[in-house]
Write a protein that binds this ligand. Structure first.
Ligand code: GLC
Length: 567
């Protein structure tokens, strides 16, 4: 598959993007990011080939980049001039010479190595390194996470290319892509966003970054979605994706929102000196556990998962239900996963202006009992009950089934609006509805808490061109809302996970033809620029981060459409 204008290679932890001019942007996990550039030659064409990039530029300059594992090699042919760059590093503590022309940028997680066969000068600058490279007709520049990687890259592009090609084809051998290049590309994205860190105190098991260019640590709901797709590739890999989430569970049972690679990054985003903030994220984890175990039963994993899910549920009960109504609250817009959604506009503004109260130890908005959060908690309980049953723990099974029902009743009782035929979030204090129509309501279908009549009404909304049946369907805000912005992040763009919830929800209630119709429309637009973070819902224009992991949920839907084993 050829993708013009895309300049990208990938390895486990290194991502290299060819800059628009002669130059290269290198990203080493969350620790180092920098660009070496200088020549003005413009690219004439790019050829992207599963992790290798060739580019011909005006003036006969030819560039090539390849990455494998933890190292990347960048070659320039037919160019003379000086390339300059700045490499910023988190926890930067200087540059170091490693002998043989190799240099290291010292950062919080260790060292990031660079080497070139042309004169390379590196010096310490503010928060990182300044590099200068004199190119005389051509140069090779290697980047790696350690000296071994650097040595491997120095063996030259032919050796590295051969390894990369063998690796990429091995990687994709087991991936069921139905012969569709769009699905193949999504598999490639998901599998190569995976990374492992040696000796990291929090990220002990390998995990998948949502996007190696933009989002480079582990997130709770992203990893849950990744595991759901990975369970169709190798259930062991999918189970492994969830390990850090279990091992970083807080003593009180909360499963953290994010697990950062770098303490410094966590501090700068959250003001917390550690690897995880104080928040959680939408509890899709139980669904991921279920996806893994339904593909391959593993008793040890099942026991660990059940114990984590039970503790997590206890935490929701103890820490997020002040009014004891079996509905749980979000306290921060980022933990909702829907960062800037208009669902939280008044909760945030009202709290800041002192109009709305918090009532908890810590809040960034007034507590909101969200329809998706509570539907997922309902489902989490049903899954926990099934797991407990299978593991021979009748009592827990019964307890969790009963609690699930209480939450379902509360959702139907307090969040459903008969007149609009829609589910809304409510404030925790007075249960006043937050009247912004969003696809969070369709998570009630996904989880199975809606009645058949409620489901029928929701299906009407999905296929209404005034509301959710847009060019790229299921915008994150209904198109007839005053605040709808088709290009606004969670304010109207379309996201694949929201389509996935709706798709599964439709099927759960027997709307198979409708689900196929939704999938077909989404795939048609998606295939023009696959696996981006999100899409303009009015035009289908790709937006947000490239190579975005959970967009690979399109694979899960495609396989389900073909009647292949599903969740
Ligand atoms: C953004 C999204 C959030 C996601 C994260 C990582 O913050 O809003 O839902 O988990 O990126 O992809």
């Amino acid at each position: 598959m050829r993708i013009y204008g895309k300049a990208e290679v990938s390895g486990n932890l290194i991502a290299v993007a060819l800059a628009g001019r002669i130059g290269v942007r290198v990203i080493y996990g969350e620790y180092v990011e920098g660009e070496l550039s200088g020549g003005e030659a413009k690219a004439l064409w790019h050829l992207w080939d599963l992790g290798g990039v060739r580019r011909r530029s005006a003036g006969g300059v030819f560039e090539f980049a390849t990455a494998y594992g933890d190292s990347a090699l960048y070659s320039i042919k037919g160019f003379s001039g000086v390339l300059k760059g700045v490499f910023r590093a988190r926890g930067f503590s200087g540059v170091e010479e490693g002998g043989g022309g190799a240099f290291a940028v010292k950062h919080e997680g260790g060292r990031f190595w660079m080497w070139s066969d042309k004169p390379l000068r590196i010096s310490a600058g503010p928060g990182g390194a300044l590099a200068e490279l004199e190119v005389d007709g051509g140069a090779r520049v290697a980047f790696a996470g350690d000296l071994d990687g650097l040595r491997a890259a120095m063996r030259g592009e032919a050796a590295m290319e051969a390894e990369r090609r063998a690796w990429a084809s091995r990687l994709l051998e087991k991936a069921s892509d139905l012969g569709d290049p769009t699905l193949r590309y999504c598999w490639y994205v998901l599998l190569t966003n995976r990374c492992s860190l040696r000796g990291h105190p929090a990220l002990r098991a390998p995990f998948t970054m949502p996007s190696k260019y933009v989002f480079r640590h582990q997130w709770l709901w992203d990893s849950s979605f990744h595991a759901i797709v990975l369970s169709r590739y190798d259930p062991r890999l999918a189970a492994e994706e969830l390990e850090n989430l279990f091992s970083n569970q807080a003593p009180d049972g909360r499963i953290p929102h994010e697990i950062f690679m770098s303490r410094e990054a966590c501090k700068s985003f959250w003001g917390v000196d550690g690897y995880t903030p104080w928040t959680t994220q939408p509890p899709v984890l139980a669904v991921a556990v279920d996806a893994v175990l339904s593909k391959a039963w593993d008793e040890g994993f099942a026991k660990r998962a059940l114990s984590a899910l039970v503790k997590y549920d206890e935490w929701f009960r103890a820490a997020r239900d002040k009014d004891g109504d079996w509905l749980y609250s979000y306290l921060d817009p980022y933990e909702t996963g829907w960062d800037d959604s208009p669902r939280w506009d008044e909760a945030v503004e009202g709290y800041r202006a002192g109009r709305r109260r918090c009532g908890y130890e810590r809040c960034s908005m007034a507590p909101v009992e969200a329809v998706d959060l509570n539907s997922l908690i309902y489902l989490q309980r049903r899954i926990a009950a099934r797991l407990a049953e299978r593991l021979g723990d009748r009592e827990t099974a019964e307890e969790y089934n009963e609690m699930a029902e209480k939450t379902a009743e509360a959702i139907r009782g307090l969040m459903w609006d008969e007149e609009d035929g829609f589910f809304y979030d409510v404030y925790e204090d007075a249960h006043e509805k937050i009247r912004v129509k969003t696809p969070a309501a369709f998570v009630a279908l996904f989880a199975g808490v809606a009645t058949a009549e409620q489901a029928e009404a929701l299906v009407g909304h999905i296929f209404s061109p005034r509301e959710f049946w847009t060019a790229f369907p299921i915008p994150s805000v209904s198109a007839d809302e005053r605040v709808y912005d088709p290009a606004g992040y969670w304010r109207g763009r379309s996201w694949i996970n929201l389509i996935w919830f709706a798709y599964k929800g439709l099927r759960k209630y027997g709307y198979y033809a409708e689900a196929s119709r939704l999938f077909a429309r989404a795939l048609e637009v998606f295939a023009k620029a696959p696996c981006r973070e999100n899409y303009n819902s009015a035009t289908g224009e790709p937006m947000g981060a490239p190579d975005f992991g959970w967009s690979a949920l399109i694979i899960d839907m495609a396989l389900e459409e073909r009647g292949l084993p599903c969740l």
